[in-house]
Write a protein of this length. Structure first.
Ligand SMILES: O=P(O)(O)O[C@H]1[C@H](O)[C@@H](O)[C@H](O)[C@H](O)[C@@H]1O
Ligand SMILES: [Mg+2]
Length: 283
C-alpha cells in the first residue's frame, strides 16, 4: 500500500512533458484565439487539444472509469467541478493561456492528483523554460530533479510578493485588487511581480525566488499541483481570510512561512467570487 500512487506520479511527469512539447510546437504555428467568461478570458484549440491528450493518456494508462477528472476546458464545456473521495486528476492543460497567445514566455502544464479529497502529488511543467516541478506528499519538492526549498525571509520588508489581475474586470474587483497591491507595495516590500500563470507563481514561491503569491479568482486547476509543491518545499497555504485553504473557494495565499502569509493577509481586500463547485445556476 505504501507506494500506491508512485506509478501515477511518475506517469503524470511523463504526460506533463508530452503536453508541454505539444504546447511548444503549437506556439510556433498561428494561434486561433477564442474567449470564455469574458473578452479577456482567452482559450485556444491548443488548450482543448492538450487537455484531451492528458485525459486520454491517463485513461489509457489507468483504465476507463477508475479515476475522475476535473479539467479546465472540460468544466468550461459543462463537465462538473466537484471533488469527491474518488481518485481525481485536476488538470490545467495550459496555465497562462494569455501568455501563450502573446508569446510571453511563461506557460505551464499543471496536473494534480487527489484521493479522499487530499492532494497526493502535483506536477507543474513550465514548458517554455523546460522546468519540471514536482512534489509528492511527504517526499519533498523538486525542480528538474533538484530538491527545492522556500526562502527563509521573515521580514516582509525584504520580500518579493506576486499577485495577478485575473480575467474579471468588474470595477469592484479591479479597485480592490489594485488597492491591495498598493498597500502591499507601500509596506514597503522589495517588489511586486507576476508571471501570468498561477502554477508557475507557486513554483516561484517553492524555489524561494519570491516569498508569497496570492490571488482571488483563481480556480482549483490553477493551484492544485502548485499547492503540493509549495507545501513540500516547506511553505504554507491559507485562505485569504487566514483560515485553511479550500481548493474550491477560488481564494489562496501561498507563502514561505506563516509570518509573511499573515502580514499579506492583513492587507488583502476580499471581494466575492463564485466557488468552483457551486451549482451551475450560480456560475
Ligand atoms: O486561464 P489560465 O489557465 O491561463 O490561468 C490563469 C492564471 O493562472 C491566473 O493566475 C491569472 O490571474 C488568470 O486568471 C489566468 O487566466
Ligand atoms: Mg490556469
Amino acid at each position: 500500500m505504501e507506494d500506491q500512487w508512485q506509478r501515477a506520479y511518475d506517469f503524470a511527469v511523463e504526460v506533463a512533458r508530452k503536453a508541454g512539447e505539444e504546447i511548444r510546437k503549437a506556439g510556433e504555428r498561428e494561434i486561433r484565439v477564442m474567449t470564455k467568461s469574458s473578452t479577456v478570458d482567452l482559450v485556444t484549440k491548443t488548450d482543448e487539444r492538450v487537455e484531451k491528450i492528458i485525459i486520454g493518456s491517463l485513461t489509457d494508462e489507468f483504465g476507463e472509469g477508475t479515476h475522475c477528472f476535473i479539467g479546465e476546458e472540460s468544466v468550461a464545456k459543462g463537465e462538473p467541478c466537484i471533488l469527491t473521495d474518488k481518485p481525481t486528476w485536476i488538470i490545467d492543460p495550459v496555465d497562462g493561456t494569455t501568455n501563450f497567445v502573446h508569446g510571453f514566455p511563461f506557460v505551464a502544464v499543471s496536473i494534480a492528483f487527489a484521493v479522499n479529497k487530499q492532494l497526493e502529488f502535483g506536477v507543474v511543467y513550465s514548458c517554455l523554460e523546460d522546468k519540471m516541478y514536482k512534489a509528492r506528499k511527504g517526499k519533498g519538492a523538486f525542480c528538474n530533479d533538484q530538491q527545492i526549498q522556500v526562502s527563509d525571509v521573515k521580514d516582509i520588508h525584504k520580500s518579493i510578493i506576486i499577485s495577478e489581475h485575473g480575467t474579471d474586470r468588474s470595477p469592484e474587483k479591479v479597485t480592490k485588487t489594485f488597492s491591495t497591491m498598493q498597500k502591499i507595495l507601500c509596506i514597503p516590500v522589495h517588489g511586486l511581480r507576476g508571471s501570468g500563470t498561477a502554477a508557475t507563481n507557486m513554483c516561484l514561491v517553492a524555489t524561494g525566488a519570491v516569498e508569497a503569491f496570492f490571488e482571488i479568482g483563481i480556480h482549483c486547476w490553477d493551484i492544485a499541483a502548485g499547492a503540493v509543491i509549495v507545501q513540500e518545499a516547506g511553505g504554507i497555504l491559507l485562505d485569504v481570510d487566514g483560515g485553511p485553504l479550500d481548493l474550491m473557494s477560488r481564494r489562496m495565499v501561498s507563502a514561505n512561512n506563516e509570518t509573511i502569509a499573515k502580514r499579506i493577509i492583513k492587507e488583502i481586500e476580499i471581494f466575492p467570487v463564485v466557488r468552483d463547485d457551486a451549482p451551475a445556476e450560480k456560475q
